[in-house]
Design a binder for this molecule. Structure first.
Ligand SMILES: C[S@@+](CC[C@H](N)C(=O)[O-])C[C@H]1O[C@@H](n2cnc3c(N)ncnc32)[C@H](O)[C@@H]1O
Length: 172
């Protein structure tokens, strides 16, 4: 059953998430604004702000990022690409670096000590190897880097309560 479910879920989850995200962002707008408000404080000496978005999904956070930052996206599901492109087109204040198809536990494409900020929202609930992801985050962050996590707030949004656990199906 799972052998059949996984490819289907992998294909349909980006579509579903894209629909849910619009409502979620509407409810969480003020919270997200505050969450990402001080990202510029973590710019490196060069004045650039390099952000790694881990488990980027549809790119729901781009609209809250500061102008001029450079974003590298990582997600194991390549089917998010279409929605990611749409998000990037709507948020041209963000410079897109790359979309890497990889799990957060193993991102050899991302150089050690290369990121000012790592963002990881609504991802850790659906992964088994949280320690592996945290180790990779620490590896790729610069010494002054910032980690931004946001988790499980989805269950606070009334119309979305029923979505809890959907992401888990995808990653079994
Ligand atoms: C609920 S979605 C959240 C997407 C986005 N971060 C947001 O806040 O809208 C979970 C995301 O985590 C990704 N994901 C699942 N397992 C992952 C892993 N091991 N490493 C990185 N991302 C993962 C999924 O493909 C999906 O894009």
């Amino acid at each position: 059953m799972l052998g059949l479910w996984n490819p289907l879920a992998k294909k349909w989850l980006p579509y579903l998430l894209n629909r849910v995200t619009k409502t979620y962002n509407k409810y969480m707008k003020d919270y997200k604004r505050e969450l990402f408000s001080n990202l510029n404080d973590f710019k490196g000496p060069s004045g650039d702000l390099k952000v790694l978005e881990l488990g980027c999904g549809t790119g729901a956070n781009f609209q809250f990022y500061p102008s001029g930052c450079t974003v590298t996206c990582v997600d194991p599901n390549p089917n998010f690409r279409t929605y990611l492109n749409k998000s990037l087109a709507e948020n041209d204040h963000v410079h897109f670096q790359d979309f890497l198809i990889a799990p957060g536990e193993n991102m050899p494409q991302v150089a050690s000590g290369s990121m000012d900020v790592v963002v990881c929202t609504l991802v850790l609930c659906s992964v088994e190897n949280v320690d592996g992801i945290l180790a990779e985050i620490h590896r790729v962050l610069k010494p002054w880097g910032k980690k931004v996590f946001s988790q499980s707030a989805i269950v606070q949004v009334p119309p979305l309560k029923k979505m809890r656990g959907v992401c888990n199906l995808h990653h079994r």
